[in-house]
Design a protein around this ligand. Sequence first.
Ligand code: SAH
Ligand code: SF4
Ligand code: F3S
Length: 472
Amino acid sequence: MFEIEQKVIDESRQGEAYQGIEEASQSSDKRFYIESYGCQMNFSDSEIIASILQTSGFGSTKDVDQASLILLNTCSIREKAEQTIRKRLTEFKKIKKNNPALLIGVLGCMAERLKSKLLEEEKLVDIVVGPDAYRTLPQLIEEAETGTKAVNVLLSREETYADISPVRINSNGITAFVSIMRGCNNMCAFCVVPFTRGRERSRDNSSILDECRDLYERGFKEVTLLGQNVDSYYWVDPITNHAVDFAMLLEQVAYISPQLRVRFSTSHPKDITESVLQTMKKYENICKYIHLPLQSGSTRILQLMNRTYTREWYLAKVKRIREVMPECAISSDIIAGFCTEDDNDHLDTLDVMRNSKYEYSYMFMYSERPGTLAAKRYQDDVPMELKQKRLEEIVALQNHLSLESNKLDLGKKFEVLIEGNSKKSNQHWMGRNSQNKVVVFEKNGTTLKPGDYVTVDVYDCTQGTLIGNIVS
Ligand code: SAH
Ligand code: SF4
Ligand code: F3S
């Protein structure tokens, strides 16, 4: 009867999720269809792409057969993510056979990683565009319409698309993502993102605030500030020379309205500051939830990964978060089977997980990515079966930790933002509490609607869901 929203093993987070566009299509001969894969940044980029295309006269469609342009916004984070895209492209071959004028574009991280090589490898692709070149999409489409293959994979040190008002895709009208920075200057040895997304740059804070205010005025109740490493957000106003760091930005967004919830993702453990924690504590509408990827619990492996913290340092950070905000939920990303990882390293990871008592984790097997520091320096020497076995142990432990954490919530009352019907029953609402936990509860004939806040008393739980009753 109740849904389990929080999948504890979720390869899809950065790899395989996709979507069609939900916005009403405009009357236009030219229609684009877009699918997005990978992280929230990519989903947010698709909303910018939709805006650029609509401004240049394209309508949108959710039906791939109605499209004159098919776009795939792709991810390269693991090999499997790229395989998914290649498979999807072969499916498009059939559509293109019946409609030779159809254009197919590959955007995003895979476009950036493979550049024009992609055109040689995937003959049906007409357009290849990297994450910093979306403004040139209309010209590239024109070029492709004349039969020339079109490529722009230039990375930029400035582009933040700050002035572009995203067209909300697949929106529930309640929660939205707002990109606050792009790129990444960290060089985690396993990670392809610094190569596909370029140098880190922050977006002008006033444009972020305008976007958040506009969302609130349109009825949205929650914004998630997005960046690969939000804690290094830093903007200096060119006129006043006034500097804004992430804690200040959080405060400015929280100040828009106590009715607007604020979330953010992702925090690098080395960069999250005391002032961010204090700002979170100060504002009730800043959600008490931090995504703090661990990657490995072994100091030796962390060093090889170039994560720049030790196991002890990470644990101290978790302790500090719980001291400042005892009710704060923490989630993590964990990689099983990084180069040279042995049984003791793996046990260290399980140990840090137990100590940190994560509410939730995204867990992956290490996948070597060409061009990364790890690919250049180390051997991918943990056999597949061992990676699999370790991942299974990590997942089993996380399932246990998630259930234990939910059990601690039995008998507690939470403010829940209603997002919509529960997946399994339209007699139940589904929403989230500040800790980002999914809460399901009976509608009970009340006149509540999505976007409303309601207090829910939790009486039962599964590993992924809290189950409760409305407090009258
Ligand atoms: N800065 C972002 C990183 C995005 S990648 C963040 O911290 O959320 C998201 C996660 O994918 C990483 O945290 C890592 O756990 C995982 N990942 C990245 N590269 C990987 C690889 N080569 N193999 C397996 N997992 C990887
Ligand atoms: Fe990749 Fe590390 Fe940057 Fe995250 S912080 S995007 S894992 S290099
Ligand atoms: Fe994937 Fe690129 Fe995001 S590689 S995880 S879509 S930044």
